[in-house]
Write a protein that binds this ligand. Sequence first.
Ligand code: ZN
Ligand code: ZN
Length: 85
Amino acid sequence: MMAKKYSFIFDKKLDTWICSEHEDVGDNTAWVRCWNGCNDGYFDDYEEDPIECEPGEYSVCSECHGNGGWTVCGACNIDNADAEY
Ligand SMILES: [Zn+2]
Ligand SMILES: [Zn+2]
């Protein structure tokens, strides 16, 4: 069996998510929260380091880039305990 490169991307033209395994998955998507410990994609720098930082300073999470998690294919992640439906 040939290993196919997995991809899960949003097709703007078709306005739907396309899974390389399941093709057009429509609304069958799940949400996986970022495992990096960020707060919806951001870290509060002031809370982490009140001496060096000003209130309201924050940095974008390097893992989810401010998204707080990822949209994933619902069918691929049916057994994924971290996926929220
Ligand atoms: Zn994150
Ligand atoms: Zn899939």
